[in-house]
Ligand binder design. Structure first.
Ligand code: C2E
Ligand code: MG
Ligand code: MG
Ligand code: MG
Length: 279
């Protein structure tokens, strides 16, 4: 009796697993279709990074959005993860690069010289054609490489460190800026920073969301900023949601802040209006 009961439990569990598996497979297929037909389901939004040294917005981060025809929002955390697991990320990142650089070219014709950050995965940078692809697009859209930043997470750098670091070095030599995303929640030591060919470090929002209330977060953030500056690396704090945290970050000489307190990510069509009204 007990054994039979156990059996059913296992069966039920496995059926649940299959269902989740099929759901993921289905989602991937829908993502592939959305990319193929460029139906407008996939689009980029842009979140400003405020320069605390001069009060200006000179950079934005591009973030992908997927809204299905029935209006359903799919979280990027979810579908980026699926794309990474299935290898589809290579094509998806190419779509992102094409879309962002085309947008950047449009802004340039309107005399808006914004630096734009693009999120990339370890697999993208490990892929043999990545650098060629990005330079093909740079010349197609006539973008100054200095206006492009690639954000790669600390965790992704560490998954394939030697290859990733050598690719990052190559990219940096071309003028493209390199930013370490989600810094502080990965496994690397602070000493690692001196070996990485990076321009910018983004402190993970886990340390920023409650910065105004947590003395421990304040210690961590302050020392990370000081160390980065000694190494010649610029610092961005992500997840700034209130004025108290922003003021503290200014006090700590953080270079840029990004978060809902400054702006949520916005559609390209609304960005110029936002920039014009932001004081
Ligand atoms: P990320 O690159 O670390 O991006 C920051 C995330 O924090 C974004 O979530 C952003 O909307 C959110 N955020 C910004 N300000 C605040 C704030 O003040 N409070 C809080 N709670 N959150 C804030 P999003 O857009 O959902 O993206 C999640 C992650 O998905 C990104 O983390 C990135 O890892 C990935 N992702 C997004 N777009 C792309 C893309 O185009 N390519 C790749 N490879 N990954 C992407
Ligand atoms: Mg990012
Ligand atoms: Mg991040
Ligand atoms: Mg993240």
């Amino acid at each position: 009796e007990a054994a039979r009961h156990e059996n059913t439990t296992i069966r039920a569990y496995k059926d649940g697993e299959d269902e989740a598996y099929l759901e993921r497979l289905n989602l991937l297929e829908e993502l592939r279709e959305a990319m193929k037909h460029d139906s407008g389901e996939l689009f980029m939004v842009y979140q400003p990074k405020l320069n605390l040294d001069n009060g200006k917005i000179e950079k934005v981060e591009s973030l992908i959005r997927w809204i299905k025809p029935d209006g359903q929002f799919v979280s990027p955390e979810l579908f980026i993860h699926l794309a990474e697991q299935s290898g589809l990320i290579i094509k998806l990142t190419q779509w992102v690069i094409d879309t962002v650089l085309k947008q950047q070219q449009e802004w340039l014709t309107e005399n808006i010289r914004l630096k734009v950050a693009i999120n990339i995965s370890a697999q993208d940078i490990a892929h043999a054609d990545f650098i060629d692809y990005i330079f093909e697009k740079i010349s197609q859209y006539k973008i100054d490489p200095k206006l492009i930043t690639l954000e790669i997470t600390e965790r992704d750098i560490m998954t394939n460190e030697d290859l990733v670091v050598s690719r990052l070095k190559q990219l940096k030599q071309t003028g493209i800026q390199i930013s370490v995303d989600d810094y502080g929640i990965g496994q690397s030591s602070l000493g690692k920073l001196k070996q990485l060919p990076i321009d910018e470090l983004k402190i993970d929002k886990a340390f920023i969301l409650e910065l105004d209330k947590s003395e421990k977060d304040q210690f961590i953030v302050k020392s990370t900023i000081e160390l980065s500056h000694k190494l010649g690396i610029s610092v961005v704090a992500e997840g700034v949601e209130n004025k108290a945290s922003l003021d503290m970050l200014a006090e700590m000489k953080c270079n840029h802040v990004q978060g809902y307190f400054i702006s949520r990510p916005i559609k390209s069509a609304d960005l110029l209006t936002w920039l014009n009204t932001y004081e």
